[in-house]
Design a protein around this ligand. Structure first.
Ligand SMILES: [Zn+2]
Length: 379
């Protein structure tokens, strides 16, 4: 296969790619809007069918529908490659009115355009190109669009894991890192809630009768914070605290929430044990710990071979692809932790995910699709 022919194909497809991108941005799909996510899933189902996919909408009682599609399904001698993306965005319904789809200075703006409606378009066009250029991948291609990635991927976690287990490789369509780098490592993510129960008392009349929950919580937080190893990438953020009623009352209760990021799978048990094992400093208090690591890290070794392949294909097309690691999680964290080779950040290049200036670089869109198509054709 002539890899360069892919790039010229996508250059001529830029207009229809942008048209579909605009349509998907204009169907608002916040994670918690079943209506919006369902609408986007139904709309995209037609687009997948138009490109020869065998499509299924997976319904959920409270979350939006997931979209499942199979291409080249008859090639059963080889395990499939899984393309993974998400339908939901962090933007509430109505955002579009203040932040409409618009193109300015080679950039396209809009809610969810980078994270990750453009990634869906890139995936869809990669498949379209292989069909149009009569290039057959060596096995089936499965495409899964998750409806609730931005809120921890609860609704279809089992299905995502099953699809990944069956696959030979997972390609995640999340946006590229700054400058277009592919994502070869992601930290694991955890959240813990620490509640301290003390005893209230009048701060003036009877202070010794009280047990101060806030003081205990502060001591616990300092200790937990000391478990961080920032040099090794293990970070802990005390993100929120709450407690007490007024200054003249010894507080009976205090709660704190912390965010933990771990670089390696083996950090999980240690961190969880240390935090969950906290005992009260003041024997008059009770310390309750909830939560844990909810996304395992995506370790670089699971992406290394796929990245080398992508970089070589990029060079054939005159692109120099870099790699990057990130502290943010994606569904790639789950698939890599299963031991399935996973490469992430194959979606669009831009800036401002989850921010007002969210945008993509238009000229990069055909190039990203070309890299993905080349990967699908040669893996
Ligand atoms: Zn995303």
């Amino acid at each position: 296969m002539e890899v360069k022919s892919l790039l010229s194909y996508f250059q001529t497809e830029l207009r229809p790619m942008l048209k579909l991108l605009r349509q998907t941005v204009e169907i608002e799909s916040p994670s918690h809007s079943k209506l919006g996510v369902d609408r986007l899933a139904r709309f995209l189902a037609q687009e997948f069918k138009r490109r020869g996919g065998k499509v299924r909408l997976l319904k959920h009682p409270t979350a939006g529908s997931a979209l499942w599609a199979e291409f080249w399904g008859s090639r059963i001698d080889q395990k499939p490659i899984l393309l993974l993306g998400h339908l939901d965005t962090v933007w509430e319904t109505g955002t579009l009115a203040q932040m409409p789809y618009r193109v300015r200075g080679g950039r396209a703006y809009g809610p969810g355009i980078l994270d990750m409606k453009s990634g869906i378009v890139v995936g869809l066009w990669a498949i379209q190109a292989l069909r149009a250029l009569r290039i057959s991948p060596s096995g089936p291609i499965h495409f899964f669009l998750n409806p609730d990635e931005e809120v921890s991927s609860i609704a279809f976690r089992k299905e995502i894991l099953a699809a990944a287990r069956a696959a030979r490789a997972v390609l995640v369509l999340e946006p590229a890192a700054a400058g277009g780098a592919l994502k070869t490592a992601r930290k694991g993510v955890g959240e813990f809630k620490i509640t301290v129960h003390g005893r209230s008392a009048h701060a003036g009349v009877n202070p010794a009768a009280g047990v101060n929950a806030i003081i205990e919580l502060m001591r616990q937080m300092f200790t937990i914070k000391s478990f961080a190893r920032p040099q090794q990438g293990l970070t802990i953020n005390v993100g929120r605290i709450e407690g007490g009623t007024r200054s003249n009352v010894v507080p009976e209760r205090a709660t704190g929430w912390i965010d933990v990021r771990i670089p390696r799978l083996r950090d999980r048990a240690t961190v969880e044990e240390r935090i969950r094992g906290r005992k009260p400093y003041d024997p008059g208090t009770k310390v309750e710990i909830e939560g844990g690591i909810n996304r395992p890290p995506m370790e670089r070794k699971m992406a290394a071979a796929l990245f080398r392949k992508a970089r070589a294909l990029g060079r054939e097309m005159g692109m120099e692809l870099a790699e990057a690691s990130t502290g943010g999680g994606s569904d790639g964290n789950f698939t890599a932790a299963l031991g399935i080779p996973t490469l992430d950040g194959l979606g669009a290049v831009g800036d401002g995910a989850h921010a007002r200036h969210e945008h993509i670089l238009i000229s990069e869109l055909p190039r990203r699709a070309a890299v993905l198509a080349a990967l699908l054709a040669t893996l």
